[in-house]
Design a protein around this ligand. Sequence first.
Ligand code: TUI
Length: 309
Amino acid sequence: MKTEITELLGIEYPIIQGGMAWVAEYHLAAAVSAAGGFGIIGAASAPPEVVREQIRKVKERTDRPFGVNVMLMNPNAPEVARVVAEEGVRAVTTGAGNPAAYIGMWKEAGIKVIPVVASVAMARMMEKAGADAVIAEGTESGGHIGSATTMTLVPQVADAVQIPVIAAGGIADGRGLAAAMMLGARGVQLGTRFLVAKESIVHANYKERVIKAKDIDSEVTGRSTGHPIRVLRNRMTREYLKMEAEGVSFEELEVLTLGSLRKAVIDGDVVNGSLMAGQIAGLVKKEQTCREMIEEIMQEAEALLHTCR
Ligand code: TUI
């Protein structure tokens, strides 16, 4: 399936892996790229030199294009941005902020720039700032989210900008890919499905929670603090939401979540950990290789898009 996104990224299929904090490390990114999708290293809060190492490890494993996601709320973001420009990758995606300050540097390094946006205004601003594409991410996504749904955001962003749009949030199979194309997207970004991939280093307990999750098993913590985060319900979310309703301070709430994603991903603590996952977790039923996932999604989407013609 050739689209403006497969052309821009030099990939076979218009499927991009989300830059999930702690989860999107070199094994997963290399596996997605080797299977014809676009793998991404999630820099999250990693130190710049760790990001450099991760980039080099993907390059050792595959010659295919891949990218890095720079999380802009990370205090180290300026240094991470520089490391990415020095090492060179096909594309940078950004999250949780405005990447305008780095776009010039990345473009000079020949890197395509694809910011995640959660609104039409931000998409327009990114196009003006020189972005090559945008990822329109709906509130169905896991982790840090905006408020618009994928169904409403994607067509409005597609109408507002000339650059290609990638849809994210609530997509995990071929039906989601086909639907996103109908809404005006030229590619999709998937997080939750790849979180349970065989090549993903996520602890088995966390994967099992995603695989067993039902449609309404996620909660959004931090709406009152301005940092809404979608996670699967557990003891941590129950305590957090109770404290949030009682008006507990931002600092105290931070203590509850500090290091909680690491607890879930690395230690497999599904009781106190932060189990970031999207609303589509209920559709994610098994652990497969990235290649199996991508091939299954493409077959299903192509059959659907064909019958629509
Ligand atoms: O970034 C994400 N999702 C994430 S980042 C993350 S790591 C984290 N861990 C603990 C606390 C906080 C974060 C987990 N999940 N998605 C991309 C995304 N970006 N979603 C929404 C946005 C966004 C929102 C507002 C992008 C730009 C924006 O505008 C900001 C501005 O400055 O105008």
